[in-house]
Design a protein around this ligand. Structure first.
Ligand code: FAD
Length: 139
């Protein structure tokens, strides 16, 4: 099982409606492909975890990387995991826009891409999401 985590930045601001459109498509595709994960959005910055069969995850990451709705796509971490962290979510989602200070490691100028140098902090954010810190607010 491959878990791949990347950061990116929106090329144009996402509205609640455009985020919802993206999520509906992602959840439908991911369910079909056996991919689970999480998507965090903060003021135009994305952090996404994709997990599933390695070839499927890599192909999806390549496709996502070509999406013109975001840019500066940075692969932060790719690791083998014995089991899914997000087994019950095709794509968990939380929009923390306006609440960036609640997320340690997020910097307004760089989004989440700085976390490439701090895998411990990166995994802390992922674990907080998995353990339900923001779950009640997730769409
Ligand atoms: P089509 O739907 O046929 O689209 C063709 C092209 O247009 C693609 O390059 C596509 O990226 C782009 N596109 C699609 N919709 C729009 C739009 N509204 N505005 C501008 N360009 C558009 N997809 C998943 O399946 N799973 C995910 O987990 C996932 N996560 C994503 C996370 C982020 C931050 C972003 C920006 C996109 C994500 N996507 C995800 C969407 C993914 O990039 C593709 O759009 C989607 O998988 C459909 O791919 P397709 O080749 O069938 O494209």
């Amino acid at each position: 099982m491959l878990q791949l985590i990347y950061a990116s930045g929106a090329t144009k601001p996402f509205t609640a409606e455009s985020l919802r459109t993206l999520l509906v498509a992602a959840r439908t595709n991911n369910t079909g492909a056996g991919v689970s994960g999480m998507l965090l959005h903060v003021d135009g910055a994305f952090l996404q975890v994709l997990e599933g069969e390695a070839a499927v995850v890599e192909a999806l990451y390549t496709r996502i990387g070509k999406d013109p709705r975001h840019a500066r796509v940075v692969r932060l971490l790719a690791r083998e995991v014995p089991e899914r962290n997000f087994a019950d979510w095709s794509m968990g989602f939380f929009d923390a826009s306006g609440r960036a200070t609640e997320i340690a490691g997020y910097r307004p100028t760089a989004g989440f891409s700085d976390l490439i140098g701090d895998p411990k902090q990166l995994l802390r954010i992922v674990d907080q999401f998995r353990d339900g810190r923001w779950r009640s607010l997730a769409a």
